[in-house]
Write a protein that binds this ligand. Sequence first.
Ligand SMILES: Nc1ncnc2c1ncn2[C@@H]1O[C@H](COP(=O)(O)OP(=O)(O)OP(=O)(O)O)[C@@H](O)[C@H]1O
Ligand SMILES: [Mg+2]
Length: 272
Amino acid sequence: MQDGQDGYVTADGRKIGGVIMEMKNITLRFGGVVAIKDISFDIREGEIRAIIGPNGAGKSSMLNVISGFYHPQEGEMIYKGSRRPPMKPYEVARQGIARTFQNIALFEGMTVLDNVMTGRLNYMKTNLAQQAMWWGKAQKEEVANREVAERIIDFLEIQSIRKTPVSRLPYGLKKRVELARALAAEPSILLLDEPMAGMNVEEKEDMSRFILDVNDEFGTTIALIEHDMGVVMDLSDRVVVMDYGKKIGDGTPDEVRSNQDVIDAYLGVAHD
Ligand SMILES: Nc1ncnc2c1ncn2[C@@H]1O[C@H](COP(=O)(O)OP(=O)(O)OP(=O)(O)O)[C@@H](O)[C@H]1O
Ligand SMILES: [Mg+2]
């Protein structure tokens, strides 16, 4: 791998661009608990970047910082070349950063299609009053948003359940619907918090394939947290390793795998 200002080319020939998100000296505390201690790393355009580490290492906290759910006490974030001021999650989403949650967060009583449509909310510019006065414009907008939602539904092969309430779906499919909703926002960066947790081998294979296809087809930059080391090593271009809030490794899967600090951190640590 050749790493430079302008990016690099992966072993499988994908072109990775310049830095899209830079985390600089991020520290996040909850009272006396330091969830993230002075961590810096970057995410490059088009990259699949993994964040790994034992339970409680601070991985979800890091994704929550990127998505604006948590605000670090120290450090800064540079997104697309500009320093990002503290922002609310919906403002971050508007800037092109979408996410899924460690615990599925869908509207259980709504259909798959309606859940995916909620991923388009940032694109719905007309409000109710405008819709009443200028029906044509609102209708055009609705049609365009629906087209995007349907395209994502086809892409993730969930056409057959588009009218099914989410509450009736098995766990693996709910995870896929959550991915569909995040993708419906057409994000520049997609954040996935344990997209394969609790899945069986076949479901994991499906999800891995979809993540690779999303990256390939839409050029979406992806940052994901995952405990399954096989999956991480197969999917990711570069890996950040956290332990007790600190960064203990950063590099290609091969570099990280042979890093002694990383090996030590994982010895004897149980994962689910
Ligand atoms: N909202 C919060 N309030 C208080 N403490 C928190 C909060 N969120 C996280 N923490 C603490 O921060 C630390 C890191 O938690 P985090 O959820 O980021 O870990 P993680 O690496 O995602 O772990 P897991 O693999 O179990 O999901 C833990 O000690 C946790 O208890
Ligand atoms: Mg977590």
